[in-house]
Design a protein around this ligand. Structure first.
Ligand SMILES: Cc1ncc(COP(=O)(O)O)c(C=O)c1O
Length: 420
């Protein structure tokens, strides 16, 4: 599959010259909306199927607002994600608070918003009660299936993960919640990140449905919802295929019918908390070539660096790169694509086959949205780039300006240097 660029060369050039110098990132609203509908359609057999978009995947209020208009709610992990979601008009059961090692102030804030509290650790339950002085309306616990799942390179084996409760703890936790008079229960797991194998999701759903039944039978409680997972992968490489959502949905439906529908009086609702899969493919970094040089290897030096796309340096993640206007030319050259951080892993690509690249060419780095802006940093005093949105009316709107020097120095306290 050829990866399409959101902008044409003329648009990129025009933006670069008029007000938005490269690097900048651009989001495509139309594609996000189409993708969201596809996702909801695949699960249309679920009563009120809902996705709680993982805010960490793209903490931009305009994007949260667009998603809210598409009936996608928010999965928050911290105080400021809660506040951002609140500003976007999300509250009550439209917010799931899934944190770990949580500060009391965060629990208090989530409680004041009537968010669904997703407990990561059994000790958080008495902690919550002590700090907040009452229990949540809806409580959820995060299940770690231990040896039942293999995990993957990003999140490791569940038994090595710092998150979630063991099987014994899950029983203990719901008993504790029940005894503290919580009436509404959800169950959650998330055992991999960036997963492509459809069977992995189906297996996980089955494990959760079976666990719900066992918990209900042993503890005499009733579950309202299961939160199946986020972490559906996107095909970062052109030759990879998307997860077949329709197939995943069909198989989950079969498990649901057998384990829940035919054995229970009341339906259980299913929700998910996908981030990357919703928005990841529709966000691209546009950067301009400054130099092309030759050392022991060939280097393309662009004007963006790992400070605005950390994934390749962090996980050796692949991000597809295309050269605007040269998409159909043969990729017969090999380059490392880099910029100027004082780190040798400051590279978007190593030994990447590209068409011949020239100074002032525009490169597009694809599938960049997910967990990217959230990881931006200021190493070497490099500033964060602007975020642009291509709306459904084809207008390009600035939704976050680029940082400037004033932003960079805004936290510095300029003390009198002669006094030290
Ligand atoms: C609690 C939680 N939910 C959902 C997600 C979303 O994962 P993804 O963006 O891979 O769908 C994450 C990702 O780290 C997460 O930590």
């Amino acid at each position: 599959m050829v990866k399409q660029s959101i902008l044409t060369l003329e648009q990129a050039r025009w933006l670069d010259i008029n007000n938005h110098p490269t690097p900048f990132v651009v989001y495509e609203q139309k594609w996000i909306e189409a993708n969201m509908w596809r996702f909801y359609k695949a699960f249309d057999w679920v009563l009120n199927f809902q996705n709680y978009f993982a805010v960490k995947a793209c903490p931009n209020p305009t994007i949260l607002r667009i998603l809210k208009n598409l009936w996608s709610w928010a999965d928050c992990s911290s105080m400021w994600e809660l506040v951002m979601s609140e500003i976007c008009g999300l509250e009550w059961e439209n917010i799931m608070f899934t944190s770990n090692n949580t500060h009391a102030a965060e629990f208090i804030k989530a409680h004041s918003m009537w968010a669904i509290i997703n407990f990561d650790d059994i000790i958080h339950i008495p902690f919550y009660e002590r700090q907040v002085w009452e229990m949540p309306e809806i409580a959820c616990c995060r299940f770690n299936p231990g040896e039942l799942k293999r995990g993957n390179d990003i999140i490791w084996k569940p038994t090595n993960a710092k998150y979630w409760m063991t099987r014994e703890q899950i029983f203990e936790a719901y008993k504790m919640l029940r005894d503290k008079w919580v009436k509404r229960f959800w169950l959650h797991t998330m055992v991999a990140s960036n997963e492509l194998n459809p069977d992995y999701f189906i297996e996980t759903a089955k494990i959760l449905f079976e666990l719900v039944k066992e918990l209900e039978e042993k503890l005499w409680i009733i579950f309202e919802f299961v939160n199946l997972w986020g972490w559906i992968w996107i095909p970062y490489k052109p030759e990879q295929k998307e997860v077949d959502l329709e197939r995943v949905s069909e198989w989950i439906r079969k498990e649901y019918k057998e384990l829940i529908w035919e054995t229970r009086e009341k339906a259980i609702r299913i929700v998910m908390e996908c981030g990357r899969m919703i928005t990841g493919p529709y966000w691209q970094l546009v950067t301009k070539v400054q130099h092309v040089t030759e050392k022991y290897k060939n280097y393309v030096w662009v004007d963006a660096s790992m400070q605005c796309l950390m994934r390749p340096a962090l996980y050796w993640a692949y991000h597809h790169i295309s050269v605007l206007w040269k998409e159909n030319e043969p990729a017969n050259q090999i380059y490392d694509v880099t910029w100027s951080l004082c780190e040798n892993n400051d590279k978007f690509a190593i030994d990447r086959q590209l068409p011949e690249v020239k100074k002032w060419d525009y490169l597009v780095i694809h599938d960049a949205w997910a967990h990217w802006t959230a990881m931006w940093f200021n190493y070497n005093a490099k500033l964060r780039p602007a975020e642009l949105l291509k709306t459904t009316d084809w207008e390009i709107k600035l939704i976050r300006r680029a940082e400037n020097l004033q932003d960079y120095f805004s936290t510095v306290n300029w003390i009198d240097w002669f006094s030290i």
